[in-house]
Design a protein around this ligand. Sequence first.
Ligand SMILES: O=C(O)CCC(=O)C(=O)O
Length: 365
Amino acid sequence: MTVYIINDKRISVGNELPKFDLLLIYVEQFCDQKQHQELNVTETSNDDSVISQSETYPRTENVEVPEKRRYLEGNNGIRNLEIKQSTDIQGITTSFRRDGFVLVSDILNQEQVQSLAAGCAEVIDEILDLDEQNKGNRGSGRYSFGGSSLTRSQLHRPAWQMLLEIPQVWTLLDALFESPNYILRAASGDFCLPGTEEYQPLHSDVSEWKVSGNSPFSSYHDPRGQISLRDLSCPYICVNFLPQDVTRLNGPTRQIPGTQNSRAPIPSLKEEPEWMRLSTVCPAPAGSIMIRDVRAWHGGTPNLSNKVRSIPNLEFYAPWFREPMIPGIDYQDFQKLSERAQSFTRHLVVDSSQTLVSGSTLRAP
Ligand SMILES: O=C(O)CCC(=O)C(=O)O
């Protein structure tokens, strides 16, 4: 008889078992249906070594999930979604200005896709270790990479620093801002766990000045009450890089075309029409980027696949737009960047006399 202890529970079995079988026995014996879905089962490979948590998947699911999956498989995704070539600068600019987002293929090569995926998996494991019940910090099963970092950013990580050095991205931003003088505000993004069945409400990532004054952000204000951020040209662009394919099932971001200048109230989950729920940016191959005017209405969708979906990003302010910025890269790492990357990252570097305090947290300060 071999006795194992998992989460303080004793499991007795006839002979030694691989970890994965043990976890299944634990789940069968000690978890009810709900906990069962939330348990982050760690799979073992043939040699019994533990693989990354970010590769894990739920072992059971609600009975409706297969039907939801069929529905999304048949209906999810913006019809005739265009994937632009990075050389089509005119086409990219036109789509971006019209829709508030644009998908561009072949930005990362195979090696870059792999190192980005590995860099994301490393952070995801750290974050999930802090959140055993997968409650998330952007809705259940959803996490912000920046919102899970003490620096509000992942700029201290090599995987995100690599994203600073892609000339095709510079060229596209030069065209979209019509100037090379934009600046980096953060290196962040989001990830969504498999088994996340809920939609995230539609929202914008930037908003007008708030009377409460609790936040240093959202400071744009016209005292005459005439001009809103939505009347201006794009103040803030987010570039999401895809380290995996984004499919109809793995939580593609939904984007509502043409809403970047809309002053209409953003619909709640209850108010949102079905066509908006299906207005997702997929299918999109790994190595692509999704360039977004963050004012455009967008939100997360269910991840009914068996893998984590990540969309790490870089976020840029237009040359004429400023909000407070939080340092995210040590002086030593900053010095290793190219001249161009240093130029747009210059507001985020820590003074050479100081050391950046970085690490994972579920609630960024
Ligand atoms: O995960 C996504 O696709 C979008 C997430 C998002 O927009 C957010 O958390 O603010």
